[in-house]
Design a protein. Sequence first.
Length: 224
Amino acid sequence: MERQSVPQTTIQRLPAYLRCLLQAQEQRMPVVNSVELAEMCGTNAAQVRKDLSYLGELGTRGIGYDVKALIAHISSVLGITERRRAAVIGYGRFGGALLGYSGFAERGFEIVAVVDADPAKVGTLVQTPSGEIAVSAIDDLERVMQEAGVEIAILATPASVTQGMADRLVAAGVRAILNLAPVRLVVPEGIAVRQVCLSTDLQVLSFHLAQNAQHGPQGADEQE
């Protein structure tokens, strides 16, 4: 299977399928069909079948998908069958909250470095699901990224410095960035960037509230 043949919109839905399959596994469901998986994920069966068809011949007509096998396959496609080394850039309230999130370790991501520009925070020991880490100085960013073998950087920095941090991370060899700042990053080709903007999502929710007030609740829970 060619990884490039999977549409980006499908790739964005794969983590949701994986989460639902893990829930099915916890409920001791050995097999799940497209209707059941769609109900768990909040989509429709046709979309599930279409998305999974990009990954190969996975199900059995009239029976469904083997839950354990599909978990393994989607995990392989997402590249999380091996540990991914990640760093948090910015040890403020947002960055600090991320360090306590157990979901990183559960999904195969290990926080191996924390970097901040505040001299008062440098050297502070912080607890992560993988153990304690000392906060490193921003001046040592490149060295820390290389020595820790960081693959993914999580940018929790002020908007004004985010692009500069991204430039330094790319120069240090980091090839994937999760950006939490409300800034659109410009990076070289081949660098993967995902943007998480809470203010945008809140504005979308506000839109639905406004629509509900005018027209009732229809469509307020629609998902892409």
